[in-house]
Write a protein that binds this ligand. Sequence first.
Ligand code: ATP
Length: 353
Amino acid sequence: MADNAVISARNVVKAFGQGAGAVRALDDVSLDIGRGEFFTLLGPSGCGKTTLLRLIAGFEMPTGGTILLDGADITTLPPNRRPVNTVFQSYALFPHLTVAQNISFGLEMLGRPAALVKARTAEMLALVKLEPMASRKTSQLSGGQQQRVALARALAPQPKVLLLDEPLSALDLKLRKEMQIELKRLQLETGITFVFVTHDQEEALTMSDRIAVMSAGRIQQIGTARDIYIHPKNRFVASFIGETNFLTGSAEAGALRLATGERIEAPGLTAGAAATISVRPEQVRLSLPSDGLKATVRALVYFGTDTHCHLHLADGTEIVARLQSPASGEAGLAVGQPVGLRFADGAVQRVED
Ligand code: ATP
């Protein structure tokens, strides 16, 4: 176990069904989630992120492997004996109870003394800024307010870990952005470890200390938002987090040789077989046709702050360059125009297939 890990998964496998119709929702997943971390499981629908969350909560048992909490094996411990709480996408509030009653419910179920329940409920109401609504029924609240009640209720018993399963997906875009900031604040103020599930890369990038990118039941990469964006390990991660350009060619010492014969400096590459590099659109620079890779402008799309310039290399490879729009809004380029392409220092990243 890593020294400060609160949750560890070791070689976790989860299969549903048997025989030909069996689904391997998790396929040998191992990770450590640090104490006090905002840790996000990110991946497309069906990649296994909710299944992993449910295994940590104890709602499901793994087919193989172990789950540890503070170094102790909790793999078969029932959910109510784990110091873990879950916030669901649907909030699952009690509509006939008031905001305060919803928050105190879990504490009462745990048999906490009345004075403590009262004090803790007041503290939670203040934390999520819902004091003026304490006596309202939750059916009389907006979606964002209901989400705050669900968070307060889950945080009230001071769990060691709070699990959040796409908790913002029912909110509209503006509210979702506000709640992203709010969630991060709650996590910092309480110091509780948050494990957050989402398929939304922006949500993951804005809130997380670290992100585990998942695909087809496997962890593809774990790292900070910066690590993953700047040094994506493989094609899947590079294209799932942000947008990117891929260039394929043969590897030479410190360079990639394209089919056109042109050479791109790629530090770290050693002579060998075929290789792929990734370059983010904002790292592509346009210059004169005699300078850099030969390319032709195919389309220009104005996005306000920036303009996306779609280009073709001589061998037909498509490249997108994201250029900051000048004050006039005109990028000074025309479709069909020949240009030269260069990549910013450090922008070329080798990726596995
Ligand atoms: P989403 O974002 O759509 O919720 P997810 O990444 O959370 O997706 P999971 O819900 O963990 O994915 O599902 C992973 C795989 O396991 C999917 O193929 C899913 O159909 C399958 N699966 C999940 N739960 C069950 C179940 N109870 N019975 C059978 N298959 C299941």
